[in-house]
Design a protein around this ligand. Structure first.
Ligand code: CGF
Length: 829
């Protein structure tokens, strides 16, 4: 019903003068309005940041309009909704993505230039919303953009961290972490919903009780905090649909402990209240898993409980019977971080809705789907039973009951195979008993998705082999994807314009399969000329940024060779650095003529190391030590440069990727579940030098290995290579470069000892030595291809032309059809 419904819709629009207009004058009016009344600065003197704030609020107004209409439409149509539960969303900046998806970028730029401001300058004022670590977190953000653009009725739920992922400060080549207080100057892209808040309980104990003559359990909590909603409108591209990312912040609950007040210990009372807010304060900065951290478990339960209360309230607003719940609600678990929601939904249906075990279980197992992003069994989350007992006593009971029923069912199927029963149990026995959250997620979900086909094969044969043999039909995969809106249209406008020109339409932005038509022009010299120009423009921007950030001047004629991703041993940034040392060593030993044939390289590495991960931090230091030597060696000059880009995040990626010629995705095969960086480079015509790992296998299928530089052991060869007799000598040139580091050629001899130790004496778990020769061959092949500009540009165009399959639009359509069972619900006007 319309608030103040008496005046009716049309009159309402008359009074509102219809929707906000997007012509430059109207935008100007709104910007000046916000300067005066929102930013509260005089309209006659305000700076770039205030102009950015005013512009952002003007754009936000347009998002809110669309958000209201979309939610109104969903309410009317009551479609099955998807609820995407994720502890991480790496959104990056919102301004440019919003004006592009609203289709008002040029109008904004026009409105601003008449006010004496430059759009690009204002866009730089925005800080990243870095509410996540790496691939998993950015994938969530890309998927939200596709869900909105494809008009699916979906909501994202997560945590509103006060501190996002730490800022990486490099001091003398060492990584230091600085808190990212991103909300310091407010956040125009969120709307605080003070009226949308829910109590979340912790600790305490469970009592037996009788309700309506039926015995039931009642959880008496020891602590309650309030979850308050902050809404972040997510606009679709080329549609009015604007969906919601609802992030929860912890606030002290209204109840106050009379005790402290009575004892006059007022300050202590406040401090206790503040404690509540810690829950949503800080993002855990490690994309590996966390064992047994109490705050981590509280974060997971906090956002899950608030989200489920919100979801059930919305359902019950329309439906009186929970039998309809599975037809109206799909709950997506983005890895195991939100999996406690399974026990929470059971608790609500059992203890609050009193539906009984059978009915509650029947509902739960129809609504959950689980996507795992991990390949390494040791990275699967486990929570100590003691911790569970203390923080969530009722949920532990429910998990025990779920496991008991599961074990009974399993025994019927596999008999007394105790070893397998023990492996599959949700409860891990042993010195410390643990809850295996991944097993809980598999047992209670109707679908278990891997994030690439190679990952799916590993889940079937290794990670979840026991479960696959029991429930093969549950296991599927949805190869990851990235959104072309942010990764071409926003970050590479000149390439966007060029593609639209040659395709004669820009509808590829919503219908990316059209990109394939570029294939017919791949060797067209006119396109190639313009293609090279676009790359050059982006390389100039990147070169400027490199000089600003590192003081290193780089030549645009050099090949820009890039590896940007979280620092991790399995991603083998160390192999890259050893390859650079080898290249340097070769150049040093060349005579003048030989040097003439060298293809100049600028090697660019970027990425954050988890604060507690020493080896990863040493890899960052080694990169700086090697760069110090090479970049100051005039003898080598522009033939080779090594640069570490600090504080890598979404916005830095948007600058680096368009300016890259070659990108490296060189993980030890069988370790990268998918990888998504490779897909962004592909879309931007950057060639891939990679191992056949994760989603790269599907990229090879789409692009053809002849347009890539593939090397190294295959997934099915790695285990045998590892078992191989460790005394097998590593190739000479590998031994040589490791020895150069070990003997202090780049200094810090003692500091790098442990790093070298990971590579020698039969250790080398990630097979850098055995892959070194083919790695150098692939690098040499890239050099040869690069000097053949016609060939290189043809390969580059074919990369972009074949990148459609790796759009998150395709990923979302796969999920919608095969996992979630949701249909588009387009807002009519
Ligand atoms: N967590 N996690 N997993 C990852 C990434 N580290 O975030 O998820 C990403 C998104 O699925 C994958 O692309 C990547 O291979 C995988 O390692």
């Amino acid at each position: 019903g319309f608030v103040g419904g008496k005046i009716g819709k049309d009159r309402m629009f008359e009074l509102m003068d219809g929707f906000l207009k997007n012509d430059p004058i109207s935008l100007q009016k709104d910007i000046l309005h916000h300067v005066e009344y929102t930013v509260a600065r005089s309209r006659f003197s305000f700076d770039d940041f205030e102009a950015y704030q005013a512009l952002s609020h003007s754009v936000r107004d347009r998002l809110i309009e669309r958000w209201h209409d979309t939610q109104q439409h969903f309410k009317k149509k009551d479609p099955k909704r998807l609820y995407f539960l994720s502890l991480e969303f790496l959104m990056g900046r919102s301004l440019s993505n919003s004006v592009i998806n609203l289709g008002i970028r040029d109008q904004c730029a026009e409105a601003l230039s008449q006010l004496g401001f430059e759009y690009e300058v204002l866009a730089e004022q925005e800080g990243d919303a870095a509410l996540g670590n790496g691939g998993l977190a950015r994938l969530s953000a890309c998927q939200m953009d596709s869900l909105a653009t494809l008009d699916y009725p979906a909501w994202g739920y997560g945590l509103r961290y006060q501190y996002g992922l730490f800022r990486q400060i490099i001091l003398d080549g060492f990584q230091l972490e600085q808190p990212d207080y991103w909300l310091n100057f407010g956040n125009p892209w969120e709307i605080e919903r003070v009226h949308v808040s829910y109590p979340v309980k912790f600790y305490g104990n469970v009592k037996e009780d009788v309700v309506n003559g039926k015995k039931c359990k009642v959880w008496i909590p020891g602590e309650t905090v309030e979850a308050v909603a902050y809404d972040n409108p997510i606009p679709g591209y080329g549609t009015r649909n604007t969906i919601n990312l609802r992030l929860w912040a912890a606030k002290p609950s209204d109840g106050y402990d009379i005790e402290s007040y009575n004892t006059g210990d007022y300050i202590n009372a406040i401090v206790n209240r503040q404690k509540a807010e810690i829950i949503s304060n800080v993002l855990y900065p490690d994309d590996r898993s966390y064992q047994g951290k109490e705050l981590r478990l509280k974060q997971q339960y906090f956002f899950v409980s608030a989200s489920l209360q919100d979801i059930i309230r919305r359902f019950k607003d329309v439906h009186g019977n929970f039998d309809d719940f599975p037809d109206k609600v799909a709950l997506q678990l983005n890895d195991t971080h939100p999996s406690i929601s399974i026990a929470e939904l059971m608790r609500v249906l059992l203890d609050e809705e009193h539906l009984g075990w059978k009915k509650s279980w029947n509902i739960v197992k129809q609504v959950f789907s689980f996507t795992t992003h991990t390949v390494l069994p040791e990275a699967l989350e486990k929570v100590p039973v003691d911790l569970f007992q203390n923080v969530l006593p009722r949920h532990l009971e429910i998990i025990y009951d779920i496991n008991y029923a599961f074990m009974e069912e399993l025994k019927k199927k596999i008999g007394q195979d105790y070893a397998r029963l023990a492996r599959m149990s949700i409860v891990e026995e042993g010195a410390t008993k643990n809850i295996r959250v991944a097993n809980l997620s598999i047992v209670c979900s109707h679908t278990v998705d891997g994030v690439s086909r190679a990952h799916y094969e590993l889940l079937k044969t290794r990670v979840f082999k026991d479960f696959y043999e029991l429930w093969p039909e549950k296991f599927q995969y949805k190869t990851n994807g990235v959104t072309q809106r942010r990764w071409i249209v926003v970050s590479n406008p000149s390439l966007c314009a060029l593609i639209s020109k040659w395709l004669g339409t820009d509808s590829w932005i919503r219908d990316i399969d059209l990109l394939a038509r570029l294939r017919e022009y791949a060797s067209n010299s006119d396109l190639q000329k313009e293609w090279m120009m676009v790359k050059k423009i982006n390389k100039m921007r990147l070169a400027e940024y490199i000089e600003t950030m590192s003081g290193v001047k780089v030549s645009l004629d050099a090949m820009f060779d890039v590896q940007i991703k979280r620092i991790h041993e399995y991603k083998r940034q160390l192999l890259n650095i050893l390859g650079v040392i080898h290249r340097y060593d070769c150049i040093k030993n060349m005579d003048k003529n030989e040097r003439k044939k060298v293809v100049p390289r600028v090697c660019i590495i970027g990425g954050k190391a988890p604060p507690g991960y020493e080896i990863a931090k040493k890899i960052i230091k080694l990169c700086h030590a090697v760069a110090e030597t090479i970049n100051n060696d005039d003898d080598v000059g522009d033939l080779l440069k090594l640069v570490f880009i600090p504080d890598y995040n979404v916005s830095v990626a948007e600058l680096v990727i368009p300016g890259s010629d070659l990108s490296q995705h060189i993980s030890t095969a069988g370790h990268e579940a998918s990888g998504t960086g490779s897909m962004k480079f592909l879309m931007n015509g950057c060639l891939l030098l990679a191992t056949a790992d994760g989603s790269t296998n599907e990229i090879i299928e789409e692009i053809g290995a002849e347009n890539m530089f593939i090397f190294g052991a295959k997934i099915n060869e790695v285990l045998t290579l590892r078992e191989q007799d460790s005394t097998v000598e590593a190739p000479l040139h590998f031994v040589r470069v490791v020895r150069m580091v070990r003997e202090g050629y780049f200094g810090f001899k003692d500091y790098f000892k442990s790093l070298c130790d990971t590579l020698e004496n039969g250790k080398d778990f990630y097979l850098l030595g055995s892959d070194f020769a083919s790695y150098l061959e692939a690098q040499a092949a890239a050099d040869i291809a690069y000097v053949d500009k016609k060939k290189w540009n043809e390969m580059s165009i074919l990369c972009t032309a074949g990148s459609a399959r790796f759009s998150s639009d395709r990923t979302i359509e796969d999920y919608a059809e095969k996992t979630w069972g949701i249909k588009p619900c387009k807002c009519p006007f």
